[in-house]
Design a protein. Structure first.
Length: 265
């Protein structure tokens, strides 16, 4: 069960995508990009950093995997992909995001059946508004499960949809901690720049925080790094995020590099 619509028709270079291996040849594998309904090519040279004696040792027909977009030619309908440029943590993050989006899609489909209105109408009047406001469908539904239909009404979702979505979200989404996030852009031109960047990012995770709060930092696509804070409430989360960001920026600046931060809603 896939999403009916997306904000963009093609992925961007650097994006991580969910792909299903369709056909394997001597020179690579043809795949279907599940989120875009487009075909792409995983060339054998992008399967592994080591020697690939048999591509089938790494992928098989019908397998779902996470790939990184190297090149996109929309006019010719070509998307070149890489497996070797996806780390374990990046794969884990992408799969987690994809599963959440599928769960969110299933939730809206339940609302569609309950109210007996087309699913595309649910997306038009609610799903798209939620994504635009919260940056992700699941994130918005999770917030709704925690705070009720008022969250959706504030975005312009009709009352009947907001009420139905809130009821289903509360029933199906388990809420424990709130989460806020933002993107750090860090750069260092020093010979040991990689080490300095790692130290700066580690400093964010070493921030003093309540026991129940959690700081998570991961790579989006260098020089972009996402920082996520989980806590019992937004007041605590905001305080931890501010201190973690300031520690990171102080660290990279002190070492001769530079950095900026942009909060994500």
């Amino acid at each position: 069960m896939e999403r009916l619509e997306r904000k963009v028709e093609w992925p961007e270079v650097g994006d991580f995508v969910i792909a299903t291996i369709q056909k394997i040849t001597d020179y690579g594998a043809y795949v279907m990009l599940d989120e875009y309904n487009k075909q792409g090519l995983l060339h054998v040279s992008e399967v592994s950093s080591g020697w690939v004696r048999n591509i089938r040792d790494f992928v098989r027909e019908g397998q779902k995997t996470v790939l990184r977009v190297l090149r996109v030619n929309a006019e010719k309908g070509h998307v070149d992909l890489s497996l070797k440029r996806v780390s374990r943590s990046e794969k884990r993050e992408k799969v987690m995001f994809w599963k959440k989006e599928r769960k969110a899609d299933g939730l809206l489909r339940s609302v569609s059946e309950t109210l007996k209105i087309p699913i595309d109408e649910v997306y038009e009047k609610a799903g798209t508004l939620i994504e635009n406001k919260f940056g992700g469908l699941y994130e918005g539904l999770e917030r709704t499960a925690r705070e009720g239909p008022a969250v959706l009404l504030a975005t312009g979702v009709p009352e009947n949809l907001a009420t139905a979505i809130a009821e289903v979200a509360k029933e199906r989404i388990k809420i424990s901690l709130v989460k806020i996030k933002g993107t750090l852009q860090l750069q260092s031109m020093k010979p040991n720049g990689v080490i300095l960047l790692r130290e700066a990012l580690l400093s964010a995770q070493e921030v003093e925080k309540p026991q129940e709060a959690n700081v998570r930092v991961y790579t989006v696509s260098p020089p972009k790094y996402r920082i996520e804070i989980s806590a019992e409430d937004y007041k605590i989360a905001e305080k931890v995020l501010d201190e973690a960001v300031q520690r990171t920026l102080r660290s990279i600046t002190k070492s001769g590099g530079q950095g900026t931060f942009q909060r994500e809603k």
